[in-house]
Design a protein around this ligand. Structure first.
Ligand SMILES: [Zn+2]
Ligand SMILES: [Zn+2]
Length: 431
């Protein structure tokens, strides 16, 4: 939980402080003049330090109240969450405070597996996710170390009339990973009691995906739409051999190269592992709040011109005037647009990469940037409605979660599934 005016919660046990006595029960923490200030249920100040670490007794938990989940995505909700491990309270310069959970990696994974997917999902799929999340985290920590040693790589190219931006996950300063979809969903221990998630983590203990002896930067998203995407459509311009487009299907689909091919692809219903028509299986895989999204394999959204102009103004900070045209300039092999031209009466801009495009065209996020745009004009030739027809959910790079779950339900092993999405890789023990 980061950048909050106040953090409230409850310590279920006697937590040890650095330089102050055991604390338990309800608490509140705020940043006051650069110090973390902890108060108890009776509003009495207990501690005031540059940062506060509360060390948990064995098997004790703490709760944080009103944690935001699905931050800024199309679903967003708040709930109280319970965590194992220690609690660190860290004030920020801007007067807000961060609550950080310190927990062993394998314990963290058990919660991630339960948070990302339903524990009723097929066992091989839970194992896939355990290996995937472990690899992603260990690779991210490695990268973070390297970045500290060298200088930060550029993440933004802004030229006249062009905004090309991507978001790396090494953006956190005070902690390793956040608890939201930005990194990996981590919703505490509420669901850790799921025996199956625990079993999946234990059975794959220490196992990771490797490529040429290095732990893979194992990216994943909800549903690729039938073809997975290349790494550089979403992030920096480099080729990652194991993060290149594949056909997510028992039948081969060719990569998209032209607008005609994109149109044919997006308007069709190709056979694909993530083209799951089985409602019962989706229910077993997806947590309840993800199930609110029904059509993610192919989807349609329509805006009036005024509505889209308002969204664009709010999200990009740019005044386009009367919106005239939206033109894909370059797509990746899954059909996801990486450069998009937006034409208005006052301004024309090119935007990229895929996440920035999705942000600009929706109040939250468009499901994916693999879309076609149709414009309906009024009798005077002025744009009236913009319809987006799209494919897939998320960036589409690496593993397709729905596809992987369907493969598991059809009897593929965890190793077969991982090797289907990450070509040329091995599964190895890292410790
Ligand atoms: Zn994050
Ligand atoms: Zn897929």
């Amino acid at each position: 939980m980061d950048r909050r005016a106040e953090v409230t919660g409850s310590l279920n046990g006697n937590f040890r402080g650095d330089g102050f006595g055991p604390v338990s029960g309800g608490f509140s923490a705020k940043a006051i003049s650069g110090m973390a200030v902890l108060t108890n249920e009776a509003h009495l100040e207990i501690a005031r330090f540059p940062s506060i670490r509360l060390t948990a007794p064995v098997n004790s938990t703490f709760e944080l109240f009103q944690v935001t989940i699905g931050n800024r995505f199309h679903w967003e909700t708040r709930e109280d969450q319970t965590f194992l491990g220690n609690l660190i309270l860290w004030p920020r310069q801007d007067g807000t405070i961060a609550a950080i959970n310190e927990i062993p990696l394998e314990d963290y994974l058990k919660s991630v597996i339960s948070s990302e997917m339903n524990a009723t999902a097929p066992m091989e799929f839970l194992k896939v996710h355990a290996i995937l999340s472990r690899s992603w985290l260990l690779a991210a920590l490695e990268r973070k170390k390297k970045i500290k040693e060298t200088s930060l790589s550029a993440r933004k190219i802004e030229e006249e009339g062009e905004v090309i931006r991507w978001y790396d996950r090494e953006d956190h300063d005070l902690f390793d990973v956040c608890a939201d979809d930005h990194c990996q969903r981590y919703q505490g221990t509420r669901k850790i009691l799921s025996d199956r998630a625990q079993e999946a983590v234990q059975e794959t203990f220490g196992r990771v995906i490797t490529y040429r002896d290095e732990i893979c930067d194992a990216r994943y998203s909800k549903a690729c739409g039938g073809l997975t995407e290349d790494f550089d459509t979403a992030w920096e311009d480099k080729r990652v051999p194991y993060l290149t487009s594949i056909s997510d299907s028992p039948v081969p689909h060719l990569p998209i190269r032209t607008e005609e091919e994109a149109e044919r692809w997006i308007l069709s219903a190709p056979e694909a592992y993530c083209h799951a028509k089985d409602e019962g299986l989706l229910e077993k895989i997806l947590p309840a709040f993800d199930r609110q999204t029904k059509s993610f394999f192919r989807w349609t959204i329509e805006y009036s011109r005024q509505e889209l102009e308002e969204i664009l103004r709010e999200k990009s900070g740019i005044e386009f005037g009367d919106l005239q045209e939206i033109v894909p300039l370059r797509r990746g092999p899954s059909g996801r647009i990486r450069r998009l031209k937006i034409v208005g009466s006052k301004k024309t801009m090119v935007v990229g990469k895929e996440l920035e495009i999705r942000r600009w065209l929706s109040r939250s996020h468009l499901y994916s940037s693999a879309f076609l745009v149709r414009v309906k004009h009024d009798p005077h030739g002025k744009a009236e409605f913009f319809t987006f027809q799209g494919a897939g959910w998320g960036h589409g790079v690496g593993l397709c979660q729905i596809g992987a779950a369907v493969m598991a339900a059809r009897g593929f092993s965890a190793e077969e599934i991982l090797k289907h999405y990450f070509r040329g890789t091995e599964i190895r023990k890292s410790y």
